[in-house]
Design a protein around this ligand. Sequence first.
Ligand code: ZN
Length: 198
Amino acid sequence: MEMYSGHINKLIEELAALPGIGNKSAQRLAFHMIHMPKEKVNRLAKVMMEARENVRYCQECYTLTDRDICPVCSNQKRNHNLIMVVENSRDLAAYEKTGKFEGVYHVLHGAISPMLGIGPGDIKLKELVARLEGDVEEVIIATNSSLEGETTAMYISKLIKPVGVKVTRIASGVPVGGDLEYIDEVTLLRALEGRVEI
Ligand code: ZN
């Protein structure tokens, strides 16, 4: 005999498939949703659909944005010759929150991981190389200090050094395996200021 109604089971199943949500959390969320006013559930569903439909990659830095060119890239006061490479839009947001970085970004949407079968072709690397055809003075690699992040940093360095662009790596001091978005602003700034050429 099924414990819950088919609809509840289906909802639990969908929620449990989301990252970071185990079966228990999925059950809790499902029952919470069943008891929410219908308008609220409608709004939630609508916001999810709208985000999915309208969010796209910035044509320059590939961060997730509502516009063709994101607010950072379209800001002419930013230094467009200084590009910080990050793994995802959350890392970009973490650096933006410090308010101290004047350059622009490049979002890879992942890191190279032979173990997970993620190769250089699976992240936005050729898009980065294409940007170097413009006037770029320095590329700061701010991938995470995880094995994947370091592998990616080394790969990028080898890839763009021959182009003649200065390549730097943010200082460690960022906890190993730590996601950039969880690190406080002071540590982020120290890592940025202490970057070294690689
Ligand atoms: Zn952008």
